[in-house]
Design a binder for this molecule. Structure first.
Ligand code: UDP
Length: 312
């Protein structure tokens, strides 16, 4: 078993990945500056001798003593309101943070996996999205700081693979939900769940006919782990292809929480993608992976977590 670094390991996905790696008996060093991550996500791992946390800003440097076998680069604000609040750190971690993490992989002769995103497809003109689609991104819009940073991150990852022969991987992660999402991170799942559980109106942006496809976090982490184990360098979509409109999603949440909430409409944020659904044929073929958790099952676990968090 190897020694892994997880940048952003105190975040939502990073902390689930860290747990999975520890379960598989890897040693894990988490680097996180905690701007959107939280120590609460990893405090239960403190007693594990295989686990180490270092508060670091990976946009400045990725410095780890000793042997490193693999670097998972998950550090980045990932919710639209977070990257609107932290546009420059978002650009920096996608650009300099990725460069630093790749530099560390080169020095340590380690493998590297980039947490990329369906946002590289922007407001897509091809549907569902295949990895071969180049995307439709507004570089100067409010979401551009995230989309372009991740597109640059993919580009430099491929350059390090081609020039320095680093065994890299690129996961294009589609909307993922589950326990440990921050209640106030502003994304659809925490917003709708906390609103429904409080009996407040659900805030639907636009006409609610835009679509998303939601993957439960455990499935996503299995996909990341499968990709980690495969020597495959082109991007791989990871997500659940079950597509819903935002309105259908709101109705599902109201039904599952048995809430009396109603729906209230607000304006659509600038450049909000109209459709999103992963084509996962590559992941199925290369990794033998597909998500197993139904939306109902995943939401039940997530509702349980949110109820507990809201009582605190
Ligand atoms: N959305 C919404 N109400 C909310 C939060 C989000 O209608 O309170 C919509 C948003 O406009 C988008 C979709 O839900 O169309 C998913 O938004 P999210 O912020 O979760 O992430 P995105 O997929 O846009 O990156």
């Amino acid at each position: 078993m190897g020694r892994c670094v997880v940048t952003g390991g105190a975040g939502f996905l990073g902390s689930h990945l860290t747990e999975k790696l520890l379960r598989e008996k890897h040693e894990v060093v988490v680097l996180d500056n905690l701007i959107t991550g939280s120590l609460r996500n990893i405090e239960h791992l403190g007693g594990n001798p295989l686990f180490l946390f270092k508060k670091e800003n990976v946009s400045e440097a990725v410095l780890v003593d000793g042997q490193v076998d693999f670097i998972f680069h998950f550090a980045s604000p990932a919710s639209p309101i977070d990257y609107l609040e932290f546009p420059i750190p978002t650009l920096k971690v996608g650009a300099m943070g990725t460069h630093n993490a790749l530099g560390a992989a080169k020095v340590k002769k380690a493998g590297f996996l980039l947490a990329s995103t369906s946002e590289v497809y922007g407001d897509p003109l091809e549907h569902p999205q295949k990895e071969t689609y180049w995307g439709n991104v507004n570089p100067i819009g409010p979401r551009g700081v995230y989309d372009e940073a991740k597109r640059y991150a993919e580009s430099i990852t491929m350059a390090y693979h081609r020039c320095h022969k680093i065994p890299t991987r690129i996961a294009r992660i589609f909307n993922t939900y589950g326990p440990r999402m921050r209640l106030k991170d502003g994304r659809i799942v925490p917003n709708f769940l906390s609103q429904a559980l409080r009996g407040e109106d659900l805030t639907v942006y636009g006409n609610g006919l835009q679509t998303r496809s939601f993957c439960f976090v455990d499935d996503l982490i299995e996909g990341i782990y499968a990709l980690f184990q495969k020597d495959f360098h082109d991007p791989v979509n990871l997500g659940n292809p079950t597509e819903l409109t935002v309105l259908e999603f709101a109705e599902t949440i109201i039904r599952m929480t048995k809430s009396s909430s109603k729906i209230k409409y607000f304006s659509l944020p600038e450049d909000d993608p109209k459709v999103r659904k992963p084509d996962i044929q590559r992941a199925e073929k290369v990794l033998g992976w597909r998500p197993k958790t139904s939306l109902e099952e995943g939401l039940e676990k997530t509702i349980y977590y949110f109820k507990k968090e809201m009582r605190q």
